[in-house]
Design a protein around this ligand. Structure first.
Ligand code: PLP
Ligand code: COI
Length: 337
């Protein structure tokens, strides 16, 4: 029996019963193993420790209104992890193996999948790391793929309430031809200082500009950015942002709602023309933004204090598909049986 107060869960680590692990050795992936240990043992010269051979994913399993457990678009996370692996020369995890491991870890931790309506979900954190020893700068020849789970609440403590962002012009998260499009640890290391400073200065996180021209909106902390105006969903096109699965889904929902969708460069000044702006991602879901301050120029862009109508509709449609209360017309959910 659980004694968890589901509705007040933060977004953070929470010990569950099991994790699953799979090792790449001698050029091939082994069987999916189950573990109840929170620890891993590895060589001190493992490439993940020195040369950043580390990628991860983030995804959620939801308990539906019908009691069923649904995973949201796990094949997309599998594909993205393959892209991340190829980007930093790691052994890619085959899509089928990835999805099998997701199903297994959710089933093993079924008692931690929060009830429908609690606002919480079971977060899956797949990781892929180079465990083989190297001292010269070379990729490893051994890898560990594992998934742990945590029941989580909202990423921003505000929940579905607008948050404030700061534009950090004096930091770059990723270079245009670098690793920003992959979900690799180094990108998050590069964002820690500016993210912490944004928190200390009273913001939820920072918005990065494109690193080359410093003119266009790039990434919104650990989430993508979108703006709404004239019945159009506008989101940055950039080689240095993570191709967000949430953003991809929202673009489809916007089209379904009869809106236009534009993926293009978004100049900073255009912020003054949007009716609504938001950050989106697995953890952030749809987080409306009510204020963006440009730390460099001091200019402040203000939006409504309450979530706008388009963000509200996108949020409820997405959540509804995930908990089974809205028809899943695009077949995004994988029901865990
Ligand atoms: N951008 C970054 C840097 C992220 O860490 C995330 C989170 O995964 C996203 C965007 C959103 O991607 P997704 O919607 O696939 O979770
Ligand atoms: C996610 O949205 O899953 C993320 O990975 C964001 C962050 C917690 C790293």
């Amino acid at each position: 029996m659980n004694n968890i107060d589901w509705s007040s869960l933060p977004f953070g680590y929470f010990k569950t019963d099991y994790n699953v692990r799979c090792y790449f050795r001698d050029g091939k992936w082994g069987e999916i193993e189950t573990s109840s240990s929170e620890e891993i043992v590895m060589h001190m010269a493992a490439t993940c420790l020195h040369y950043g051979q580390a990628a991860f994913e983030g995804m959620k399993a939801f308990r539906g209104v019908d009691g069923k457990i649904r995973l949201f678009r796990p094949n997309e996370n599998a594909k993205r992890m393959i892209s991340s692996a190829n980007g930093i020369l790691m052994a890619p995890v085959p899509e089928d193996l990835f999805v099998e491991a997701c199903k297994k870890v959710v089933k093993l931790n079924e008692r931690f999948v929060p009830p429908a309506g609690s606002g919480a979900s079971l977060y899956l954190r797949p990781i892929l790391i180079g465990t083989g020893a190297q001292v010269g700068v070379h990729p490893a020849d051994e890898y560990l793929f594992m998934i742990f789970t945590c029941p989580v609440g909202p990423y921003f403590k505000e929940g579905f309430k607008p948050v404030k962002f700061q534009i950090a012009e004096d930091f770059d998260r990723a270079a245009p031809l670098g690793t920003g499009r992959y979900k690799v640890g180094g990108n998050y290391a590069a964002s820690l200082y500016s993210g912490q400073r944004a928190h200390d200065e009273g913001y939820s996180n920072c918005i990065y500009l494109d690193a080359k021209e410093k003119k266009y909106i790039d990434e919104a902390g650990a989430a993508n950015f979108f703006g709404i105006k004239n019945n159009t969903y506008c989101t940055p096109k950039s080689t240095s942002i993570l191709p967000s699965i949430t953003n991809m889904s929202l673009r489809q929902l916007a089209l379904d709602m009869g809106m236009k969708v534009e993926e293009r460069q978004i100049p900073v000044e255009e912020l003054s023309t949007f009716e609504e702006v938001a950050a989106c991602g697995t953890a952030a879901v749809v987080s409306p933004i009510n204020q963006i301050e440009d730390r460099g120029t001091g200019k402040v862009y203000k939006y409504a204090e309450n979530p706008g109508p388009v963000c509200t509709k996108l949020y409820h449609t997405l959540k509804g598909i995930q908990d089974g209360s809205v028809k899943d017309t695009h077949n995004w959910n994988l029901v865990i049986e």
